[in-house]
Design a protein around this ligand. Structure first.
Ligand SMILES: Nc1ncnc2c1ncn2[C@@H]1O[C@H](COP(=O)(O)OP(=O)(O)O)[C@@H](O)[C@H]1O
Ligand SMILES: [Mg+2]
Length: 443
């Protein structure tokens, strides 16, 4: 059909937001709150939490709670949903419940956590002043913050999300982790401030979180547990079916949801992942100008999602870890050999060479071993044991699970200091290939 933009349809064309694929893409945004009718299969957790927080409307204090389970199993969603409802219920009774929430993902010290708490308390409806904790000790900062809530609210629930991530890297090996100290101090506020209506909810992906808590924190925090297990493939399918209206009618091909759910179920039944997969599949279809979302779009989306995961993992690594990962990925990407497995002695030499280029100290062999096993745990690579000839010892070899090329690019664009490696690419490449030649000529 001939388009007719000239005769007054320009304004309509400009305002047309339609992608031809999505009706409401936000329904697949994993940071958005979803309506209750889209929540699938968390009845046990919901009813447990409702029971545990019941004291809120009975005029007493709920216990502390630990919600644990793998990522994407609905911990944040369900805990927030239940507490929101209690907030409305208390509102109706003219009681004021404050809930404040911090996520520890980007926090490293206890004091940073207190600063965040103070900021959230300052933003509460009933609190007029800005709570400044500058220059105070952690303990004083916390006391001041909680006192401000005490003066204005009847009850308080503090949610500490991703609590296990609150670790101070400068203090590794210290007898007490930051999260231990925070949970200890928070759960003692009742005694210290005399504010009796406070409870702490900690959320974590770590199954053995309580074991990492020191004894003092364990006994004062003393939580009731709510366990979140993995979703199975049929629950994941249902989660997606309940969001089908994100797409225009008839756009989603039949095999798309079953495939996305099967992929996510294989991994560990992560709802965030399955929703991300479907959204990205839609994006791929939009980019290709396709008129439907098909199986191939899910497969491409799986690639993108996995790539994002790898990149965000790599981003979070320390400079030294990035150096070792760069050594492995550069060896795979830049070698003239057709190598399937990269021997650890070669990794060590390439890493040394990268450190020379960059002008930093190399880490010990022990650290390199620890890093590579962390990469393995994170699913970046696999290792195999090999023995070289009858007289020499056993060594490890690595193979990256993903294309090495984009990992090299990502690491280099992440760290300015790696620019020297690019400037001296020929030198590093030379080193890679001589190390490989030397190694394989011996075997
Ligand atoms: N039971 C569920 N039903 C529907 N969607 C869910 C369910 N559980 C999780 N999700 C979706 O998965 C995403 C991640 O959930 P979240 O609660 O943040 O997981 P966790 O805190 O356990 O890592 C959210 O976007 C949420 O909408
Ligand atoms: Mg969460």
């Amino acid at each position: 059909m001939e388009s007719n933009l000239g005769s007054g349809d320009i304004s309509a064309a400009v305002r047309d937001e339609s992608t031809g694929i999505f009706k409401d893409r936000d329904l697949l945004d994993t940071n958005r709150i979803i309506s209750d009718d889209r929540i699938v299969g968390r009845d046990n957790q919901l009813s447990n939490l409702i029971t545990l927080f019941k004291p809120l409307i009975q005029g007493s204090t709920p216990p502390n709670v630990l919600a644990y389970g793998p990522s994407g199993t609905g911990k944040s969603l369900i805990v927030n949903r239940v507490l929101n409802e209690y907030q409305s219920a208390l509102d109706e009774q003219d009681e004021d419940l404050a809930t404040i929430q911090i996520n520890c993902e980007w926090l490293q010290t206890n004091f940073q956590a207190c600063e965040k708490l103070a900021k959230h308390v300052s933003q509460l409806d009933n609190v007029d002043e800005k709570i400044s904790v500058k220059g105070l000790s952690t303990h004083k900062a916390l006391t001041k913050t909680i006192e401000a809530v005490d003066a204005n609210y009847d009850a308080l629930v503090v949610i500490i999300d991703e609590v296990d991530l609150l670790v101070n890297p400068l203090k590794s090996g210290a007898s007490e982790s930051a999260f231990s100290a925070l949970l200890y101090q928070l759960s003692r506020m009742n005694d210290l401030v005399g504010f009796n209506d406070m409870s702490v909810v900690a959320l974590t992906n770590q199954p053995d979180f309580m074991r990492d808590l020191d004894g003092r924190a364990e006994s004062s925090f003393n939580p009731r547990d709510v366990h979140f297990d993995d979703y199975n493939a049929s629950q994941l399918r249902e989660i997606l079916h309940k969001r089908e209206d994100a797409f225009l009618d008839g756009v989603l091909e039949e095999d798309v949801i079953p495939l996305a759910s099967a992929i996510a179920a294989q991994d560990h039944g992560d709802a965030r992942k399955v929703v991300d997969l479907l959204r990205t599949a839609g994006d791929v279809a939009v980019n290709e100008g396709a008129s439907t979302v098909a199986e191939e779009h899910v497969r491409q989306s799986q690639d993108e999602v996995e790539k994002d995961r790898v990149l965000s993992l790599a981003k979070g690594y320390s400079f030294s870890k990035k150096g070792v990962l760069l050594a492995i990925s550069a060896t795979q990407a830049w070698s003239k050999h057709d190598i399937e497995l990269i021997p650890s002695p070669v990794v060590k030499k390439v890493y040394q060479n990268i450190c020379d280029q960059v002008g930093t100290e190399t880490k010990s062999l022990d650290s390199i071993r620890r890093y590579t096993s962390e990469f393995e745990t994170n699913g970046l690579l696999e290792s195999h044991r090999k023995s070289q000839g009858p007289d020499s010892g056993v060594y490890k070899s690595f193979v990256l699970n993903r294309q090495s090329g984009y990992l090299v690019d990502a690491l280099i664009s992440e760290e300015e200091r790696f620019e020297d490696v690019v400037d001296e690419k020929d030198v590093v490449m030379g080193r890679i290939n001589t190390s490989l030649d030397e190694f394989f000529s011996k075997s």
